[in-house]
Design a protein around this ligand. Structure first.
Ligand code: ADP
Ligand code: MG
Length: 323
């Protein structure tokens, strides 16, 4: 596949760009790493881009009377509860009439909540593993038996595989819930899919080639994501009709939760060849180990070109407050 040509030629057409990174979430360090890469790529291509650390600093710059304002925001914050990825920042920017990259309020908020994403997918007949949502004090053994072991227990609104445990026996369940319950909000017990893991990046209206993730350990946990050097990434993850099916599924899942611009859809494929949606990431990592840059590279799109195209996603959405 090839992507349509970039829409903007002259970097001045973007105006002054805030690369919003860092913040106070648990994913601060990853965001700073991503943000520095994004900034370097934009500056290297002649864009008037400036690093901004966290939402309060951005608000000060957007509403203050000192210094030059920003024409748009490249959002590379990762995190929930006002951390930049859950719709709060997006609502703020809509209200201020400042265009930004990536999904809007609804897509960001829905994608941050794994239970609500699954409810939308289920209502549309899109495949996602069976689950039971769980509040503190609920009977996890009953929930797991309803689904049938093995299951996976997760906090509904976290990322980076934190708070997640796989459970193969009743005896694993109590500790799994105890771990997930350390994070705010509800939890879910989900049917564990045994098979292969994939992710598909979406850029504009296109699905990029899939990546098959092969962790050296048991699954793609925090260690395999950020520490291990022996996680394998195969791109494209499949060929022919299967690869086409992955692309269509990822786009359908992305659109169903009202995502736009760019993002990444995680899913599993079981041993019978059925795909199962796990979640959508609306501000995926852009570090040297990150997955979206790997998928883009497979199409011959180098990192700075990818960053340019993500910045272009800030042009498409009408901003009601701007009128
Ligand atoms: N239902 C499932 N079956 C098998 N593995 C799963 C399942 N859900 C999650 N995983 C594993 O846990 C990892 C993290 O889960 P995910 O739902 O993507 O949450 P996040 O990446 O936001 O922490 C996945 O990349 C996958 O390796
Ligand atoms: Mg994930």
């Amino acid at each position: 596949m090839t992507l349509s040509p970039a829409r903007i030629r002259d970097p001045r057409d973007f105006g002054r760009v805030a690369v919003l990174m860092g913040g106070t979430s648990s994913e601060r360090e990853v965001s700073l790493d991503s943000g520095r890469n994004v900034l370097e790529a934009l500056v290297g291509r002649g864009v008037d881009a400036v690093a901004v650390d966290g939402i309060p600093a951005l608000v000060a710059a957007l509403t203050g009377s000192v210094g030059r304002r920003f024409e748009r925001v490249f959002n590379i914050l990762h995190g929930n509860r006002g951390g930049g990825e859950d719709g709060v920042l997006q609502g703020l920017l809509e209200a201020l009439g400042v265009p930004y990259t990536g999904s809007g309020v609804l897509g960001s908020a829905l994608s941050m909540d794994k239970i609500r994403s699954k409810q939308v997918w289920q209502s549309l007949g899109l495949p996602t593993p069976g689950y039971v949502s769980l509040e503190r004090g609920d009977d996890v053994v009953a929930a797991a038996h309803e689904l049938g072991l093995p299951v996976i227990v997760k906090p509904a609104c976290e990322g980076s595989s934190v708070g997640i445990s796989r459970c193969f026996r009743d005896a694993d369940l109590a500790a799994a819930v105890e771990l997930a319950a350390r994070y705010e909000g509800p939890m879910l017990v989900e049917k564990l899919i045994e098979g292969d893991e994939y992710t598909v990046a979406v850029l504009g209206t296109d699905a990029l080639p899939s990546i098959r993730i092969v962790p050296a350990g048991e699954y793609y946990d925090y260690h395999a994501k950020y520490v291990a050097e022996d996680t394998q990434y195969l791109c494209p993850g499949a060929t022919g009709l299967v690869e086409q099916e992955f692309g269509s599924l990822a786009l359908a899942a992305f659109l169903a939760v009202d995502c736009s611009g760019w993002g990444r859809v995680d899913f599993m494929r079981d041993r019978a060849g059925r795909s199962w949606l796990l979640e959508v990431n609306t501000a995926p990592g852009m570090t040297s180990h990150s997955l979206v840059p790997k998928a883009a590279r497979n199409l011959g799109i180098e990192f700075d070109e990818l960053v340019w195209r993500v910045l272009e996603t800030s042009l498409a959405r009408p901003t009601p407050g701007a009128a």
